[in-house]
Structures are given as structure tokens and as C-alpha cells.
Design a protein around this ligand. Structure first.
Ligand SMILES: C[S@@+](CC[C@H](N)C(=O)[O-])C[C@H]1O[C@@H](n2cnc3c(N)ncnc32)[C@H](O)[C@@H]1O
Length: 283
């Protein structure tokens, strides 16, 4: 997979040299390049922003250095003079981090991990002139994407999170692909609690079933814990779960937690959920 990140703070992305993503770059699994947007400016001051048309606070990123940068990066992807939109070429995906974008989820990460070329355009100030996104749609599939319902100072932090979430799903990046299967959000539920040695630590024992060697019992316990934890911390996820994925054991656990399971989905009853507070006691 090829990934290009364009930013006015390329040094912010230095963390992408570390850990598994850094190794994937060195191993050639990810061709990741970080570009300085100011490299596409033409004035002495390397200006990338201007005042907002119509008035208001802050500054807006000017269209021109962005257009040059995006055209070059898309064109460089396939070496064609017409850029990536040329006949037969798969369009690169332009991800524009924005608190006004669709929310980035694990499902998005899986979707993007199947792409050949991702380009991330890090906004700063009040964001990028909207016409850049319209214009870029001629060459790219454009996806404004939010990390969550809060506002950051720039797109770089969001890009670090998204590149890591997508990159680790690219085959070969995570050594043991099985570790991706049971993770939080991979099946619509949160992951079960995990433990390591020693079996007894500061008077706290690991759940006995995990020492039993009974793989079926361990799998059942883990599934039950997934359901309990999700009901407690993220009931919204349970409400979105397809009832068809629930077996008899799941349904019994949910009933004990006060949830009803109908053909149209899962609904919390009056006694459902302890809330997120007092978590340690609840667990
Ligand atoms: C200060 S923010 C601009 C916020 C913008 N004026 C708004 O209210 O939608 C500057 C940049 O930070 C990035 N950013 C801020 N919050 C973000 C979020 N929740 N997810 C992704 N990117 C974000 C975007 O690149 C954005 O252009």
C-alpha cells in the first residue's frame, strides 16, 4: 500500500518511523511518504493561509498550494501524465481529517486497508478552502473523516491514528494475524479482559477458568465478558448488533444483564447496565 501525508508540520509525523508501522515501512509493506505543503508554495513567505471570505475568526488554507500538491501526489502514484484518474487506474482515496467528517471507525479502517493508495491532507487553522475538495474529486475519491466529536488543532494527530489503524490491517504488518481477529470492534463488541503471569498478583487472582486448559470454557467465558463489558461501557454498540450473531449462551448472558433480544435488534430493559462508573467494582 502506498500512503502520502501532506502537512505543514511534516516533523509531526516522525512517529510513523517507529514500532510496527516503522518496521512495515522498512520492510516495504507500506510505501509511506510525508510531504511539506510549503514545498508547493511559490511566494517568498511560503504562505499557505489567508483570511476567511465573508469574515470571521481565524485563517483558511489557500487552495493553490493544495491543488499543486494533490495533483503531484496523485500523478506520482502511477506515473501517468493524466494522474491517477487516467483510464484503468484505480483512484487514490483522499482522506481529509475534519471534525465535520464522517466518523472513522474500525469498519472504515478495514475498508481503507483494501485500497492501493491513500493520501491524507492535514488541515490547520479553520481548515482547507472547500473548493479544493470539490476539485480533488476529479482525481480522487474524497472522504472528509473525523476522529471523533471534538476539535483538534490540526489533522496530524488524526492522521497518526488513522494510518496506524489502517496500516496494522495490511497483511504482514502485524506478525500474528490472529491477534486482529478477536480485538475490540472487530465483531461489534469490545474485547474481553486480558491477563498475564503471575496468576496471583497483589492478592488478585486471574479468573480460574483461564488456568483450566479447557479451551471451550475459556472461549465461552471470554465471549460472556465481551458482552458484559460492552453492555456496561458501550451499550450503543449492543443496540447496533445483529441478533443473528448471538448464540444461546449469548442470549442467556444478555437476559441476565437485562437486555431483550428481538428480531429487530437488542434493547436494554429497565435494569440493564451499571453505567461506566465504578468500573473496577463492577468487573
Ligand atoms: C481547528 S481545526 C478546524 C475546525 C473547523 N473550523 C471546524 O469547526 O470544523 C483544524 C484542523 O484540525 C483537524 N481536526 C480537528 N478536529 C478533528 C477531528 N475531530 N478529526 C479529524 N481532524 C480534526 C482538521 O484537519 C482541521 O482542518
Amino acid at each position: 500500500m502506498r500512503i502520502d501525508v501532506i502537512s505543514i508540520f511534516p516533523e509531526y509525523l516522525a512517529a510513523l518511523d517507529l514500532s510496527l508501522i516503522g518496521k512495515a515501512r522498512r520492510d516495504g509493506l507500506l510505501q509511506l511518504q510525508v510531504h511539506d505543503l510549503r514545498g508547493w508554495t511559490t511566494d517568498r513567505h511560503r504562505t499557505v493561509d489567508d483570511t476567511p471570505t465573508g469574515g470571521g475568526a481565524g485563517m483558511v488554507m489557500k487552495p493553490e498550494p493544495w491543488a499543486q500538491a494533490l495533483a503531484d501526489v496523485a500523478g506520482a502514484a502511477d506515473g501517468l501524465p493524466g494522474g491517477a484518474a487516467a483510464d484503468g487506474a484505480r483512484r487514490p482515496v483522499l482522506i481529509v481529517p475534519s471534525p465535520a467528517g464522517e466518523v472513522f471507525t474500525q469498519a472504515t479502517a478495514y475498508e481503507l486497508a483494501g485500497e492501493e493508495h491513500l493520501v491524507f491532507a492535514c488541515g490547520r487553522y479553520e481548515g482547507i478552502d472547500e473548493r479544493v475538495l470539490e476539485w480533488a474529486a476529479e482525481q480522487y475519491t474524497v472522504r472528509p473523516m473525523s476522529l471523533g466529536d471534538y476539535v483538534l488543532n490540526g489533522g496530524e494527530v488524526a492522521v497518526l491514528a488513522m494510518v496506524e489503524a489502517v496500516g496494522r490491517l495490511v497483511p504482514g504488518v502485524v506478525g500474528n494475524p490472529e491477534s486482529l481477529v478477536e480485538e475490540s470492534h472487530s465483531d461489534g463488541l469490545l474485547e474481553y479482559p486480558v491477563y498475564t503471569k503471575p496468576a496471583l498478583w497483589r492478592d488478585r487472582a486471574v479468573p480460574e477458568v483461564l488456568l483450566s486448559g479447557n479451551h471451550a470454557a475459556i472461549a465461552r467465558w471470554r465471549r460472556d465478558e465481551q458482552l458484559r463489558r460492552t453492555a456496561r461501557r458501550r451499550p450503543d454498540l449492543l443496540e447496533r448488533l445483529d441478533p443473528a450473531v448471538l448464540d444461546k449462551g449469548d442470549r442467556a448472558v444478555l437476559a441476565a444483564l437485562g437486555w431483550s433480544v428481538g428480531v429487530d435488534g437488542l434493547r436494554p430493559g429497565p435494569g440493564a447496565g451499571l453505567g461506566a462508573g465504578n468500573e473496577a467494582v463492577a468487573e
